[in-house]
Design a protein around this ligand. Structure first.
Ligand code: SF4
Ligand code: SF4
Length: 418
C-alpha cells in the first residue's frame, strides 16, 4: 500500500500553499486509469468525474484556477468515500487520500455561492459537532433508542429520527456490556490506554467492554481516560484539518495525562486517523486486532471453541489504511471452531464512510446492497467487522447480528475460563 509518506519524494521542495500541495500530488498522476475500475462510486455511475482519475483532474483544474468549483463539481468530490482503494492499486504512487483531503479543505475555505445550497451539509455538520462526536450525548441518545427498541418501538424511533433514522440498526443484537469478560486485577505487564472514541458509550459500547476484558486477560491494565474525545476523522475528511488536529491533540493530552505511552484503538477507522499523531507526542497507536496479533504466544489466554458461521467484512480503513489488512481474519482464525465466510465484493467500500452515509444515503445504500445480498446467501450466524461505522451501516440494512472481532475473542476467552 502506498502511504502519503511513502509517495512524497524526498528531493522535492515541499509545497508552500494548499494549491501547490494539490498540484504536486495531482501531477504525479499519469492518467493511466488503472484505478478507475476499482472505484466504488465510479462503478455506480460510470461517470469519469465520479472516479479517482476524474476527481484528480477536477482538483488540478481548481487548484490551477481553471475550474470553478460549482455545485456539480463539489458533489463529484464530496461523494468520494475516501476509501483509498484507488491508492492501493496506483502504480505511480499517487497519494490520493491526502489529495482529496486537501481538495476538500480548499473547497471548504472557498465558500462560493455555488456551494451555499449545501444547507443540508451544514445541518449535518452541526449534528456532527453537537451530537455525533460527543460521546456522552451520543450515548444518551443511543440508550433512548435501545429502550424504544426493547419496547417494540424501534420502527417509530427510526421514523422520529428523520433522515438519520435510516442509518440506525434495525435490531440491537450486540453483546450486552454486562456479559463481557470480567476485568482482572492490574497486571505486571503494564498499563495501556484504550481509545473508545465518540461511539464508545453507544454503538461501540459492547466492543469496548469486550476489549477491556480481553486486554486484562492478556495481562495488561486497560486505562480509559474520560477526557478523550472524537478521533477527528470526520473533520479530517470534511475539509477541516485544523479541527481534526485539535481532536488528535486533545486525545494525546488525555493519554499523556493518564501516564500511558501505548494506545489501543477499538475501531479501525479511528486508529487510521490517530496514526497521524506526530511521533513527538511519544504515543504508540495500535488498532486492537493488530495489537492482539503482536502479543507473544505465551501471553495468550486459553480459547474455547466457538461453533459459529461468521461472515467477515473487512473495512476500507483496515484494508487500505492500516498496517495489517488481514488482521481481523488472522485474529478470528485463532479462535477454534469459527467457520469464516467470504462476503462477495469485500474489497469494495460498504458505503458507510463516516459522514457519507448521512450525507448521501442513496449512494451509501446502493453500495451496501451487494454485500447484504451476499450475506443473505451465506446465511451466517453473524457478521464481523472491525469498524463500528461499517457495522452500524450493515445492521441498518437488514436484521443482522454484527460484532467486532474482539467481541468474539472475549466470548472465547470467557468460555474457556468457565
Ligand atoms: S492509477 Fe494512479 S496514475 Fe493511474 S489514473 Fe489512477 S491515480 Fe492516476
Ligand atoms: S477513495 Fe475510493 S471512492 Fe474515492 S476515488 Fe478513490 S476509490 Fe473512488
Amino acid at each position: 500500500m502506498n502511504s502519503p509518506n511513502q509517495t512524497a519524494s524526498a528531493e522535492q521542495t515541499p509545497p508552500t500553499t494548499l494549491d501547490q500541495a494539490i498540484q504536486s500530488d495531482a501531477l504525479d498522476c499519469v492518467m493511466c486509469g488503472i484505478c478507475v475500475p476499482h472505484c466504488p462510486t465510479f462503478s455506480l455511475t460510470q461517470n469519469e468525474a465520479d472516479g479517482p482519475r476524474g476527481r484528480i483532474s477536477l482538483l488540478l483544474g481548481i487548484s490551477q484556477g481553471e475550474l470553478t468549483p460549482d455545485a456539480d463539481v463539489s458533489r463529484h468530490l464530496d461523494t468520494c468515500l475516501t476509501c483509498r482503494a484507488c491508492e492501493t492499486v496506483c502504480p505511480s504512487g499517487v497519494a490520493y487520500g491526502r489529495l482529496i483531503d486537501n481538495g476538500r479543505t480548499r473547497l471548504a475555505r472557498e465558500s462560493t455561492t455555488a456551494q451555499q445550497p449545501r444547507g443540508e451539509a451544514r445541518f449535518w455538520r452541526l449534528l456532527r459537532d453537537q451530537l455525533l462526536t460527543r460521546r456522552r450525548r451520543l450515548g444518551m441518545a443511543w440508550q433512548m433508542y435501545r429502550v424504544m427498541q426493547k419496547l417494540g418501538l424501534g420502527g417509530m424511533a427510526r421514523r422520529l429520527a428523520g433522515p438519520m433514522g435510516r442509518a440506525l440498526p434495525r435490531q440491537l443484537t450486540h453483546t450486552e456490556p454486562s456479559q463481557a469478560l470480567p476485568l482482572n486485577p492490574p497486571s505486571s505487564r503494564g498499563r495501556v490506554g484504550v481509545f473508545i472514541g465518540c461511539t464508545g458509550a453507544a454503538m461501540n459500547a459492547p466492543a469496548v467492554a469486550a476489549a477491556r476484558g480481553v486486554i486484562a486477560a492478556f495481562g495488561y491494565e486497560p486505562v480509559i481516560p474520560g477526557s478523550q474525545g472524537c478521533c477527528g476523522a470526520m473533520h479530517a475528511h470534511s475539509g477541516e484539518p485544523e479541527a481534526a488536529s485539535r481532536q488528535r491533540e486533545r486525545n494525546a493530552a488525555a493519554f499523556q495525562t493518564a501516564g500511558v505511552d501505548e494506545v489501543i484503538v477499538v475501531g479501525s477507522a479511528c486508529s487510521a486517523e490517530l496514526a497521524a499523531l506526530p511521533a513527538s507526542y511519544g504515543l504508540t497507536i495500535r488498532e486492537i486486532t493488530e495489537w492482539l496479533l503482536e502479543r507473544e504466544p505465551a501471553q495468550w489466554p486459553n480459547l474455547a471453541r466457538l461453533d459459529r458461521r461468521v461472515a467477515l467484512h473487512t473495512p476500507c480503513s483496515q484494508r487500505n489504511h492500516l498496517v495489517q489488512p488481514e488482521a481481523s481474519r488472522r485474529l478470528l482464525e485463532s479462535i477454534p471452531g469459527l467457520d469464516l465466510l467470504e462476503i462477495v465484493g469485500n474489497a469494495r467500500c460498504c458505503g458507510a464512510a463516516g459522514m457519507h452515509v448521512l450525507l448521501y444515503p442513496e449512494q451509501a445504500e446502493r453500495l451496501r446492497e451487494p454485500k447484504l445480498e451476499s450475506i443473505e446467501q451465506l446465511a451466517p450466524d453473524m457478521v464481523v467487522s472491525a469498524n463500528v461505522g461499517c457495522a452500524t451501516h450493515l445492521a441498518a440494512g437488514a436484521n443482522l447480528v454484527v460484532k467486532q472481532p474482539v467481541e468474539l475473542l472475549a466470548e472465547s476467552i470467557a468460555a474457556a475460563s468457565e
